[in-house]
Design a binder for this molecule. Structure first.
Ligand SMILES: [Cu+2]
Length: 645
């Protein structure tokens, strides 16, 4: 039997047995495996015609018929395993499609009515809104200009129930991933399936399924690839997988590296000045409530970080010298311009700074928001934090914004001390805050709580305020802006594209609740926002930038056909984020050392601590902060020989 065929009868039987055992251990476990016996080898619950009808055309194009059929079979199996055949094409059960149509119309109408009061020249505007084949719970802008989105095969299409297979053990606990190519527009053919490798986890089922890498942590490698660590082992309220995966943006495929030592569900990952990734926190393989203090490092110390975009690292992790005993998962991690990694826990007293060279941990003062946190949860919920722009030397401070629905204040850590800065209009959680090329901040997405948009858990009706964007000017003042169409809270994301637009996606519950196209297989959605700087119609031009790597603290040349319009040059790191954690985003000014007509000489960042090695978007800005479209440059400390593909 080929690797791509559905699981054998023997393996399914073993899976069923293992599942009964697991269920007896924990009453709350849901178990997918027994229904697996209805697979084609075990009595043909699905005919070949049914499997063929469920094939995803994008997967067919990317993988060929056998693999696409296998994945279609897994999807059918996944739905059957949940005792729910209400997925695409099936009966509606509790949440009929007319409800989605009506809800989307109401959201569209309220967006239009609200945003009429916001002048696009001042506040920007929302433009496209279109279906996506993925929920986009995880996101990464790639140096190719494409956007990687990934999540899971949902086990529910009724948004009043939990859609994610968190508590599912076995086949139905599966991941999925797609690329969106903005250059191809907004139709279905702008997406390509890039499924994760099939894996067999240590869950006792032997199930071989697309890696359940959702609720993992991720950051960029110095060679532009994305390292993804952890995922969902299944069961026990969220147990950690030990997965170590890399996505290659050029070959557009995944590779699996040797497992981590511990499982991690909801870890955070940050790339340091040395180009190595530190992996912290996450619920262990034992399940929710067991966050691991073990810090792991990729690649292991004995292996050099891979800088060449032509080479996929095949390396293990090793254990970092210090622990990170966060008691709440998904801590905020930042590599600041002193070369240290700042670990800002959601609990006020769990604030630490790590020295990647000495492999040590030191205490930082407690964040001064303890008295503002809910008495029954004295820690911040998932919420945004950003490394504030620090000029040519890179960021030296962090602003903690989201995560407390009761506290609109913002908190800055700078020079080892906390201060309270100006508040936003209201407290929100599950938000994302982006740094525009001009250094101003922009908040989008948000909710009252996990799966609660202001009207109770698993109630998709959202308080309009959580759909409202918010802007921070250079003086630190906030003002509310236009509303997004879809409420997006838990599992929402946003990235700044190289053309300056903002892509917004994520939150499977709201997508499932409001997407009339859900039965097409395009069961997610993307919304596009154009910031005010795109409303002038008069942008500087960046015509060429180095196509070979730029060394730190050296000069490099760019050309522009609008030299009189260029007053600033800026680097923005691409965003990879999930659960309001975005460790990669940073903003640097570049000195313009010389002007010779359309030839500008720019000064690269002084050292890797200012901007960890890797790919950055380079923008030229006019005196009003209007950016050019970006070009990618690659920063590196030593010549790697690796060209920009
Ligand atoms: Cu999650």
């Amino acid at each position: 039997m080929s690797r791509t065929a559905p699981p054998s009868r023997a393996r399914l039987a073993a899976a069923a047995a293992a599942c009964v055992l697991a269920s007896s251990l924990t009453a709350s476990l849901l178990c997918a495996a027994p229904a697996s016996a209805a697979g084609p080898d075990a009595g043909a619950a699905f005919t070949a015609e049914q499997v063929d009808a469920a094939i995803d055309p994008a997967e067919l194009a990317a993988l060929g018929h056998d693999e696409a059929a296998q994945r279609a079979w897994i999807r059918l199996e996944s739905r059957a395993a949940q005792g729910s055949r209400r997925a695409e094409g099936g009966p509606d059960n509790g949440y009929p499609n007319p409800m989605r149509i009506n809800r989307l119309k109401a959201l569209t109408d309220s967006q239009k009515a609200t945003n009429g009061a916001f002048d696009p020249a001042v506040f920007g505007k929302f433009t496209d809104y279109f279906p996506s084949p993925d929920y986009g719970d995880h996101i990464a802008l790639l140096p190719t200009g494409k956007v990687l989105v990934f999540s899971f095969e949902a086990v529910e299409t009724d948004p009043t129930k939990e859609p994610a297979p968190t508590n599912v053990i076995g086949l139905a606990n599966a991941g999925r991933a797609y690329l969106w190519d903005p250059a191809k527009g907004t139709g279905a053919d702008a997406f390509k399936a890039v499924p994760p490798p099939n894996v067999v986890l240590d869950d006792g089922t032997g199930a071989n399924r697309p890696a359940p890498f959702f609720c993992a942590g991720h950051s960029y490698l110095p060679n532009g690839m994305v390292g993804v660590f952890g995922g969902n082992l299944g069961g026990n309220g969220g147990a950690g997988a030990k997965l170590s995966l890399i996505f290659d943006p050029w070959k557009e495929q995944w590779t699996q590296n040797p497992d981590m030592q511990v499982g991690r569900w909801y870890p955070s990952v940050v790339t340091g000045a040395d180009g190595r990734q530190l992996i912290m926190s996450g619920q262990s393989e034992l399940g929710w409530g067991t966050p691991t203090p073990i810090v792991e490092r990729f690649p292991a110390k004995s292996v050099a970080p891979e800088k060449d975009p032509g080479k996929v690292p095949n390396a293990p992790v090793d254990r970092f010298g210090a622990d990170a005993p966060f008691t709440q998962d998904y801590p905020q991690l930042f590599s600041l311009n002193d070369g240290k990694v700042y670990g800002l826990g959601r609990v006020p007293g769990e604030q630490w700074v790590f020295d990647p060279k000495a492999e040590t941990r030191a205490d930082l003062p407690a964040r001064p928001d303890l008295d503002k946190l809910p008495a029954d949860a004295p820690w911040r919920n998932y919420g945004s934090a950003v490394a504030l722009p620090g000029g040519v030397n890179g960021p030296d401070s962090v602003l903690v914004l989201g995560g407390n629905r009761k506290d609109p204040n913002t908190y800055q850590l700078a020079g080892g001390q906390w201060s309270m800065l100006k508040p936003r209009a209201f407290g929100r959680t599950q938000d994302d805050t982006l740094i525009f090329p001009d250094g101003k901040l922009f908040t989008v997405n948000g909710a009252f709580d996990i799966r609660d948009y202001g009207n109770g858990p698993y109630n998709p009706n959202a308080d309009l305020k959580y759909r409202q964007t918010e802007f921070r000017d250079d003086q630190g003042n906030w003002k509310l802006g236009p509303v997004q169409r879809l409420p997006r809270g838990y599992h929402s994301n946003a990235v700044i594209l190289p053309d300056g637009r903002v892509m917004i996606t994520g939150d499977e519950l709201q997508q499932i609740a409001n997407n009339p196209d859900i039965k097409s297989g395009m069961n997610g959605t993307i919304e596009i926002y154009e910031p005010p700087y795109l409303q002038t119609g008069n942008r500087p031009a960046l015509d060429s930038a180095p196509t070979t790597p730029v060394r730190f603290n050296t000069e490099f040349q760019v050309s522009t056909s609008t030299p009189s319009k260029v007053s600033r040059a800026v680097l923005l790191a691409p965003i990879t984020s999930t659960h309001s954690v975005d460790t990669s985003q940073r903003h640097l000014e570049l000195r313009i050392n010389n002007r010779n007509g359309g030839q500008l000489t720019l000064q690269a960042p002084p050292l890797a601590a200012a901007a960890p090695p890797g790919y950055y978007m380079l923008f030229l800005l006019d005196s009003a902060g209007v950016p050019s479209a970006a070009k990618w440059i690659k920063l590196e400390a030593k010549p790697s020989g690796g060209q920009i593909p």
